[in-house]
Structure formats: C-alpha cells, structure tokens
Unconditional design. Structure first.
Ligand code: DHB
Ligand code: FE
Length: 278
C-alpha cells in the first residue's frame, strides 16, 4: 500500500527562482532564508519519497481569471514549467504519475470533493520554487510530482476548514492506493504578504509564528477564521497559507514536528518552512 511519510510546507516566492538561477543563495540577503531549508532537505533525502503531491496555487499561468477551478488535480505523466518573467529559463519538466493521480481523483470524488481533473497542466513558481529549494535545480528530478492547485487568487476562495477537510480526504485517498509507494505532501504559499493596494508590503510576524505553531499542533485553530479575517491579518496574498492546512489534514493528528523555520521579510513575504513526519 502507499505510505504517506510526512509533509513539508514552504513559501513559494518567485524571487527564490531568481536567486537560485543567479547564484545568490549565500549572499547576506538570502543566506538565512536558504539555511532554513537545510534540515528539511536532510529529512527529505532520508525519507526518499517516490512521489510528492504539491498543493499550491496557480498564479495565472495555467488558469486565467476566465476559468478558475477551486481544486484542480494534475492527471498527467508530465508537467512543464513556463517562463514567468525576468527571462528565467524554465526548469526541466516534472514526471507525474497519472495512474496514482486518477486513483486520487476517484477517491476524492467519492469523498465528495468534486475536483477538476487536468490532463495538461503547466506549473508555476508556486509548484517549482519549493521543489528547487528542497531538491536543488536538477536536469532530471529524483521524484515524481503531482500538482494539486487550490484557488487562492479569485474570490470565492475555499475556507481554511474546507482545505483541512480536503487534506483529510487526500490522506485517505493516498492510504487506499494499492501500489507500494512512498509519498510526501508539500503545501506551498504564505505566510503573510500583500502585493498590491494601500497595504502592499504588509507582514504580520506574530500571526505567521502563531500559524506555524498552530498548524503543527492544533490546525482546527485556523479554521475558526473566515477568509476575510485571515486576509485582514496576513494580507490578501497571505490567504495562500490555507494550503498548509491541506498538507496538515493529510497527516495523522499526532504527526511529529521535525523542523520549523521563519524568516521575514524576504521579497515581500514572511517566509516559513515546516516539516511534519507521520
Ligand atoms: C511574492 C510571494 C508570492 O507568494 C507570490 O506568488 C508572488 C510574490 C513575493 O514575496 O514577492
Ligand atoms: Fe504566491
């Protein structure tokens, strides 16, 4: 049977791709941020999953505002990255696992999560940058990857409670897959940031630190907030933090904290890393 070994959550700041591509990860500005990934990298190397499921939000690359699914699962055997600006070279394509994806889709729909299934899906910085930070930038990726996109871009956005429930359904879907594979789930985005309007540049360190603590120990805490309340505290783009709850929900309640790290500001964001082991 498939085994879910644990989960990793991380911010997915686009400037991270730029810093990696330009060899700036050890500069004074970036060093502490990238150092925060080292224990996560070590854990991931030891866990050696066959497949990662990456819960992220698309930022207008694959889905534009004319058609925005609330939850969309990649059901392909290949996912390509595309240029998002700065003239950055897209990273190598990611190998998927369509058979596993279709199992997940079937199980999620049975559990009343009527997701959109995508046999073609381009992946953006929300998917790519945490993988680059955790594995390095490689010609051939050592793991298969499945995208699960959650809409945090165009309202109405799903609630934190719904994301936690999606995670729980995903945990059941993984556990019922008959193949002997090792799986790790990533949740990307957040923590606090706002990129536009009068509050552009907003970061709330206290809220971010509380989110990291509570998502690990008491994820129901976050489900008490409405999306408006989360955005009031964490900024409009800080709503991306709800994707950490999908990762959390997939794991056991008593999952063990392996690592947590926080660094702010980096680019426009309060950036966090959390590793939980099942
Ligand atoms: C930044 C963070 C994001 O999550 C994003 O999608 C775009 C920009 C930033 O911090 O600059
Ligand atoms: Fe983002």
């Amino acid at each position: 049977m498939a085994r879910l070994l644990g989960g990793v959550t991380s911010s997915h700041i686009p400037a991270v791709g730029n810093a990696i591509a330009n060899g700036q990860t050890q500069t004074p500005y970036w060093k502490r941020f990238f150092d925060g990934y080292e224990p996560a990298k070590a854990w991931l190397k030891k866990a050696a999953p066959d497949v990662i499921i990456v819960v992220y939000n698309d930022h207008g690359l694959n889905f534009f505002l004319d058609k925005v699914p609330t939850f969309a699962l990649g059901c392909a055997d290949i996912y390509e990255n595309a240029d998002e600006g700065w003239g950055l070279k897209p990273v190598s394509p990611f190998q998927g696992d369509a058979e596993f994806s279709w199992h997940l889709a079937e199980s999620l729909v049975e559990q009343e999560f009527d997701i959109c299934t995508c046999q073609e899906m381009k992946v953006d910085h929300g998917f790519v940058n945490p993988i680059r930070a955790l594995y390095g930038t490689l010609e051939k990726w050592p793991v298969k990857a499945i995208p699960l996109a959650v809409n945090t871009v165009q309202h109405p956005v799903p609630t934190a409670a719904r994301c936690l429930k999606l995670g729980r359904a995903l945990g059941k879907a993984i556990a019922s897959y008959p193949e002997d594979i090792k799986v790790v789930i990533f949740g990307t985005g957040g923590l606090s940031h706002q990129l536009q309007g009068e509050r552009a540049g907003l970061i709330d360190v206290d809220f971010d630190l509380e989110c990291i603590e509570k998502i690990a120990a008491e994820p129901e805490w976050m489900t008490r907030f409405s999306n408006s309340e989360i955005m009031a505290r964490a900024g409009t783009e800080g709503i991306e933090t709800i994707m950490w709850l999908v990762m959390r929900g997939a794991l056991r309640d008593d999952a063990k904290v392996i690592h947590k790290h926080y660094h702010a500001p980096i680019s426009n964001t309060g950036a966090g890393v959390l590793v939980l082991e099942n």
